[in-house]
Write a protein that binds this ligand. Structure first.
Ligand code: TYD
Ligand code: MG
Length: 460
């Protein structure tokens, strides 16, 4: 027998452990985050590695020659929802553990019920484990989504050992867990949703996925207070992490792969929440530009890359006199520190007096942009609002801006320019270093610039 249970204190934000209670976590700096937890009740018998000894014995493993391993890429399973497949890197990889995080009410259960429906229609048995809603509630939602799913089974259960018992019995083709925070293992004495529980449960599902080759989807709520262990604590365990972006008040839902062992990270899928569930948006640029005001100052279109796909977005800026001595800088969908830096550059290099002004920047449509190629758009939007001069609505820009006001090249310049062309833009202002090969884009005038000054001259 191994050691009996011992009390430990675990930070609910980062999972740091300590023998005694601490007011502040030395690792992540969070206050009051330590909660008393108990380690395993007792060591289990040898060989009984799975939950409740559910028979998931680790095989005896031997090294395998690299050349002898067969490539598996053709075994991906299409989920039947194209946007979802795109985020996953081209379909569901058998045996992968996929975490889907997002704020409560954003649409995680809806999306996975739709995925379950499509998979089930394809002949695969899907087990949907729900710790949050009863079968009737799920059925009610399913009716709105017109889910018919003959091979979909619902299991309202939260005990991990019981769940594994059931999986053992029915051997489903896909498992969906809604949500990881509600499932608990009897082998651990801490409350459901605590860091230890969530990790243990995820670890067991990982074993299941790998040993059986079943794809497992884990839904995880993102919580701000950190009282319930969020998906952050699991990111290193799972193969793929998908996050829902966008706000509940917007109709658009962006699903982004922040980590993917089987595909490009940062890939996005764009959906619209309708009365009958999530509907894939085929051309995101059109949607993001649909409500753009024409002839208003402070608005400009920029070409961004979201994963492998170009997306045109509207950047809005508002510069207004501050009531206080120093202006505030606020940004939605854009890094506020980056904004401060760009404003400082505009003051020093371009002679804009923004010190006493409030500057607000917003990426329309609820998307978050974190690539430097959006810099030029932000600078142009601020300049447009400051001068109160609108920018021609058929002009798009992109480019990274350096501290001396130089415009630097961006990745995938061709793809961006072509997207602008296909949406009927007449002019694109972009880094001069990127313009080679773009001289002949039909109907689109490509203007290469070396500095922000040149770009602003071209715009106004
Ligand atoms: P849900 O999938 O339950 O969110 P989560 O599982 O992430 O907590 O989504 C709930 C929201 O979606 C709710 O506010 C209602 C809305 N919704 C629709 O607008 N249309 C629909 O067809 C469905 C099923 C939900
Ligand atoms: Mg839900």
């Amino acid at each position: 027998m191994a050691k009996a249970s011992a009390t430990i204190y675990v930070c609910q934000k980062c999972g740091n452990q300590s023998r005694k209670w601490l007011g502040k976590c030395p690792d992540c700096g969070e206050w009051n985050s330590f909660v008393e937890e108990r380690a395993r009740v007792a060591a289990k018998k040898e060989g009984a590695r799975g939950a409740g000894g559910g028979g998931f014995r680790l095989r005896e493993v031997e090294p395998v020659a690299y050349s002898a391993i067969e490539s598996q890429d053709d075994t991906r399973v299409a989920s039947g929802i194209e946007e979802f497949d795109r985020v996953l890197g081209g379909g569901i990889v058998p045996g992968s553990l996929i975490l889907i995080g997002g704020d409560p009410g954003i649409g995680k259960s809806t999306l996975l019920l739709q995925v379950a429906d499509k998979l089930s229609a394809g002949g695969s048995t899907v087990l949907y484990i729900s710790g949050e809603e009863s079968e009737r509630q799920i059925k009610l939602r399913g009716e709105r989504l017109s889910v018919e799913a003959e091979n979909l089974y619902l299991l309202p259960e939260t005990n991990l050992e019981n769940i594994f018992h059931e999986i053992e019995r029915m051997t489903p083709g896909t498992v969906i867990v809604d949500s990881i925070q509600t499932v608990f293992s009897g082998n651990i004495e801490s409350a459901p949703g605590s860091v230890s529980q969530v990790r243990e449960v995820a670890g067991q599902f990982l074993l299941l996925a790998k040993n059986r080759g079943i794809p497992v989807f884990l839904i995880g709520h993102v919580t701000k207070e950190g009282s319930i262990a969020g998906p952050k604590a699991l990111e290193h365990i799972v193969d793929t992490v998908l996050y829902f972006e966008g706000e509940r008040h917007h109709n658009h839902r962006i699903v982004r792969a922040t980590k993917n062992r089987f595909g490009a990270a940062n890939e996005v899928g764009v959906f619209e929440m309708t009365g009958t569930g999530l509907v894939a948006v085929a051309n995101p640029s059109e949607v993001f530009l649909a409500e753009r005001p024409k002839g208003a100052s402070g608005s400009i279109v920029t070409a961004c890359m979201e994963g492998t796909r170009p997306v045109l977005l509207e950047i809005q800026a508002l510069v207004s006199g501050s009531k206080y001595g120093t202006g505030r800088r606020m940004a939605q969908g854009f890094d506020v520190n980056r904004l401060a830096l760009l404003i400082a550059m505009m003051e020093k290099r371009l002679g804009f007096h923004l010190m006493g002004d409030d500057v607000f920047v917003n990426i329309a449509g609820g998307l978050e942009v974190d690539e430097p190629a959006a810099d030029l758009g932000v600078v142009a939007a601020i300049a447009s609002s400051f001068k109160n001069l609108p920018i021609d609505s058929h002009t798009a820009v992109f480019g990274e801006v350096g501290l001396t006001g130089e415009v630097r090249g961006a990745l995938q310049a061709q793809t961006r320019a072509r997207e602008a062309q296909s949406l009927g833009f007449k002019k694109i202002i972009m880094p001069a270093s990127n313009t080679t090969g773009l001289e002949r884009l039909l109907g689109l005038r490509v203007v290469g610039v070396r500095s922000v000054e040149e770009a602003l001259d071209e715009l106004f």
